[in-house]
Design a protein around this ligand. Structure first.
Ligand code: AMP
Length: 542
């Protein structure tokens, strides 16, 4: 027998409508690419969202069409979040830090019809323009006075101004696609994760729970994590759901700018990868006598890479801020585990509480986790055995856009994360390794396989392996290990010179070692776990 409750679909448009209606005066503060800080609120933002939605329809954007953004965290980018999804189209947030070839690939693969870009990326867009075969309109996220000279584009504000500031949002299936984010956290071309309205709303509820991020109308959120990184960890949607204030730093992500914005806007909550917080503390250290008493931060979410213990301690001791260590992936919307303390931890000495905080967080309701051995047998969740981490749930992907990568899930519906972890009986996760062949440096991916392929193209290299080693600023940096061809003796600088013509500068290995052989498995695959063990104590030279 079916129940009798109303079956209204969970749609993103309901979030902006709710925020406009019940939190109309809550501010959205944005540092713009033109320079000034712009202040608006949920009510006025919702009007601009309606104008943009009307403009998109006038452009001929239909449900299911893709629209790309190449932009920092500003109010205009948030408007795109709500307007594009609201009319049933799909916002493809493209990461401007990728190589131009990857951006081409993504925009073409997604078949975006319009590209909205910040004026800081005008040069990048000018270079890409001829190669973006599906893009019909280029819109610069600015007004007519600030249109960039180097690329022909329409001004966003001109597009909005003639449109009505109201709209009757369409109602459709909550499983419809809402946004598309490509991940390069696996080998090969970036792969598209296609979120739904339903997955987005369910994820937002979790973000607002007390054992999630505790986001509420009491918060002023400094949104450091980019809107092009997995929906900014779901915060724009969750902030609209609970009526939190949003503070958007625009292109300025240095420690000083973030510190000043946090103080000026009385931010209580923030989120970002570890590298951002290192910059934040660097600013404090470099500014003797800096008055930190104006900081109102209570909670900071750190994820994307392991939160270093030293940052957790500093936040707590120097600023009285609780670090919520979270784990997730593009494929999991992204939040899957959240590091809050349980009642039994509250009376513990500080050191033991921090021991809990350095774990990657605790599983939230809505996500199921398991760890398995090589034969996919489930392992005990007792905190002592490590295995391949699998995940499933309503905000976990079932496959990549256009079927790239084939079937991802096993018969039980589990998605293999490529992370290796231990899980304890309370559901806390500790990541111990990564089985996928990628390195995460400052929150962005480097493919070890691409680096290895580039290295073996050198005439004196017989075999090459790249592993990630811990780095104090970037969390991980690539380390290249080479077996030279017999009779040759290549040196470090020669190899790095060779690679610098083939890979982006920030991909260049921090160090090179030469060995007579590399460890292999019985099937001939490089045994990276062994290499990581062998070079565990190696100190990178740069
Ligand atoms: P992405 O899809 O780019 O968000 O990257 C997801 C991956 O980043 C995960 O599979 C992990 O390898 C890594 N990651 C995310 N959060 C953490 C964390 N808290 N600690 C360690 N690694 C993390």
């Amino acid at each position: 027998m079916l129940g009798l409750m109303q079956d209204s679909p969970l749609l993103i448009s309901s979030l902006i409508e709710h925020a406009a209606r019940y939190h109309p005066h809550v501010e959205i503060v944005s540092r713009t690419c033109e320079g000034p800080v712009v202040r608006t609120n949920w009510r006025d933002l919702a009007k601009r969202v309606a104008k943009l939605a009307n403009a998109l329809r006038r452009m001929g954007i239909k449900p299911g069409d893709r629209v790309a953004s190449l932009a920092w965290n500003t109010h205009r980018h948030v408007e795109l979040y709500f307007a594009v999804s609201g009319i049933g189209a799909v916002l493809n947030t493209v990461n401007p830090r990728l190589f131009p070839e990857q951006i081409d690939y993504i925009v073409n693969h997604a078949e975006n019809r319009v590209l909205f870009f910040d004026i800081t990326f005008a040069g990048l867009v000018a270079g890409l323009r001829g190669r973006l075969s599906t893009v019909e309109r280029f819109v610069a996220l600015t007004d007519a006075d600030h249109l960039p000279a180097d690329v022909a584009a329409e001004a966003y504000e001109d597009l909005l101004s003639p449109e009505p500031g109201q709209i009757d949002w369409p109602v459709f299936d909550e499983r419809s696609a809402s946004s598309l984010c490509y991940t390069s956290g696996t080998t090969g071309n970036p792969k598209g994760v296609l979120y739904t309205h339903r997955s987005t709303i369910l994820h937002s509820f979790m973000v607002c729970t007390a054992d999630g991020f505790r986001l509420s109308s009491a918060d002023s959120v400094l949104l450091v994590v980019p809107l092009f990184h997995v929906n900014a960890w779901g915060i724009p949607y969750a902030a609209a759901m609970c009526g939190a204030k949003l503070v958007l730093p625009g292109p300025k992500l240095d420690g000083k700018s973030l510190f000043e914005l946090a103080v000026a806007e009385k931010c209580t909550f923030s989120l970002g990868v570890p590298t951002v917080w290192l910059g934040f503390f660097q600013h404090i250290d470099d500014t003797p006598g800096l008055d930190t008493s104006g900081l109102r931060l209570e909670r900071v979410v750190i994820g994307g890479s392991a939160a270093p213990r030293a940052i957790i301690e500093r936040f707590r001791r120097d600023l009285g801020v609780f670090v919520i260590h979270a784990w997730g992936m593009s494929e999991t919307s992204p939040v899957a585990t959240v590091g809050n303390l349980l009642p039994k931890h509250r009376g513990l000495p500080e050191k033991e509480q921090i021991d809990v905080q350095v774990r990657q967080g605790r599983v939230v309701y809505g996500v199921e986790l398991r760890i398995v051995d090589e034969d996919r047998n489930a392992l005990p969740q007792d905190g002592s055995v490590a295995g391949d981490l699998h995940v499933r749930g309503p905000w976990v992907t079932s496959g990549y856009f256009k079927g790239v990568g084939g079937d991802l899930l096993d018969a039980g519906g589990w998605f293999p994360t490529g992370d290796v972890a231990k899980i304890d009986s309370d559901g806390y996760v500790v990541l111990t390794d990564r089985s996928k062949d990628v390195i995460k440096s400052g929150g962005e991916w480097i493919s070890s396989i691409d680096l290895e392929n580039a290295a073996v193209a050198h005439p004196a290299v017989q075999e090459a392996a790249v592993i990630g080693l811990p780095h104090p600023k970037w969390q991980e940096r690539p380390f290249l290990i080479i077996v030279p061809k017999p009779g040759t003796a290549p040196d470090r600088d020669e190899i790095l010179d060779f690679l610098s013509a083939r890979v982006a500068k920030w991909w260049l290995p921090d160090d090179v070692a030469f060995v007579s052989e590399l460890p292999h498995t019985a099937t001939g695959k490089l045994q990276k776990t062994k290499l990581r063990e062998q070079f565990r104590d190696h100190v990178l030279s740069t």
